[in-house]
Design a protein around this ligand. Sequence first.
Ligand SMILES: Cc1cc2nc3c(=O)[nH]c(=O)nc-3n(C[C@H](O)[C@H](O)[C@H](O)COP(=O)(O)OP(=O)(O)OC[C@H]3O[C@@H](n4cnc5c(N)ncnc54)[C@H](O)[C@@H]3O)c2cc1C
Ligand code: SF4
Ligand code: SF4
Length: 372
Amino acid sequence: MAKLDTFNDPFDFRIRTLPEPNPDIQTLRVYSNEGVITKFNNLTHDTYEVVITCPEGSHVLSARAGQYGTIKVEGMQKPRSYSFARTPEMENPNEYSFFIRLVPGGEFSGWLAEKNREGEKVIISGPMGKFGLDETMKPIVGIAGGSGMSAINAIAEQVKVQDIPRDFYFFYGARTQKDLYLLDELKEFENSWPGGKSFKFIPVLSEEPEDSDWSGPRGFVTQHFQEEYLDKGIVNAENIKAFFCGPPPMIDHGVKVLEEAGLSSSDIYFDKFEDARSPAPVIDNEKCVLCDECLMAKPTKNCIVEATNFKVSNGEVTSFERVNPGHTSGLYYNSLFIDETECIRCYACIDACPHEAISPAYAQVPTMLRKL
Ligand SMILES: Cc1cc2nc3c(=O)[nH]c(=O)nc-3n(C[C@H](O)[C@H](O)[C@H](O)COP(=O)(O)OP(=O)(O)OC[C@H]3O[C@@H](n4cnc5c(N)ncnc54)[C@H](O)[C@@H]3O)c2cc1C
Ligand code: SF4
Ligand code: SF4
């Protein structure tokens, strides 16, 4: 998509060629640090534990278990989102752990998987997202797939280190035995769970060879949860809090199963690992009240911009002009616009918007043209 980044009309005070906005002014709740990969460890054949260490005195980037940050390396155009894999209480100061899985064809995960990346410099930003432990004492059902292990593990660690007396069922979907990791740590939870409550880790394998020595459950993780725990009354859907993390199709199925079983959507929390294949969200400027919450949560400089003079062709925005907020009042800017070429699909803006004005389901053009 062509973009007009510089403005040529000398008589329009809004559109003189001006310096880029300072990203620090507009990302008030998201901090960035330089960091170094200080631990790089194979968890499985395609999943890596990555620990990033920032200099002493850097901004604190993770506020609580369940949140995520972004990581960017030199030469990469955009950062990528990754859930903090450990609760902040379990990390050394200025250290952040991630579990990152190789995505075939993926730029960042492909870079990571090429060789041991210890010593590489990165830019790390956070905290982002509202996913995290609720304050009730209801039993917890955590369901994760693949590297979605990260955020659910962090929440389990939080329950453990804070001695919160809650039962915890952790269902984990993987393909085969060689995709399982963290088994020893999770086993340890089973033996030392606080408050007289229990922690149960239930790995479910979908592609394990029939003739292998695996004696655990097989099939899809959400289906196993439904048939063996919900339908048999081991878990009472009306009295739990459910936390999902990982691939969107797994989460969509799990949410459907629980809602059909009677769990209210307000008792279900999820963190979908969207990526470049997912739709970019769109701002409905009919609903937007210009409160700037999304601008304060966004992880990258140019994903949400104040813009004007959109040109549209065949239902697509083909060009627009940036309004520079450093030089024009917010009162005068025209529309907030999500540039899908800059968006990293972190969905932080959707969480941040108090007016439900941002969604990946909105149509791009009709809703954004209010003020044209
Ligand atoms: C909130 C959140 C938390 C996350 N946490 C984790 C985590 O803890 N661990 C983890 O492993 N992952 C996590 N992810 C996913 C992660 O952010 C990345 O999306 C993932 O690692 C892939 O990044 P990549 O650079 O390797 O792939 P990308 O280069 O982004 O590509 C991803 C896929 O899209 C394809 N693709 C690229 N461009 C296009 C295009 N224009 N059109 C169509 N297809 C395209 C690629 O071929 C590839 O298959 C999280 C995502 C979110 C949103
Ligand atoms: S537009 Fe929204 S989803 Fe896209 S990168 Fe910015 S905050 Fe994240
Ligand atoms: S958070 Fe929502 S209402 Fe506020 S400026 Fe962004 S889109 Fe508009």
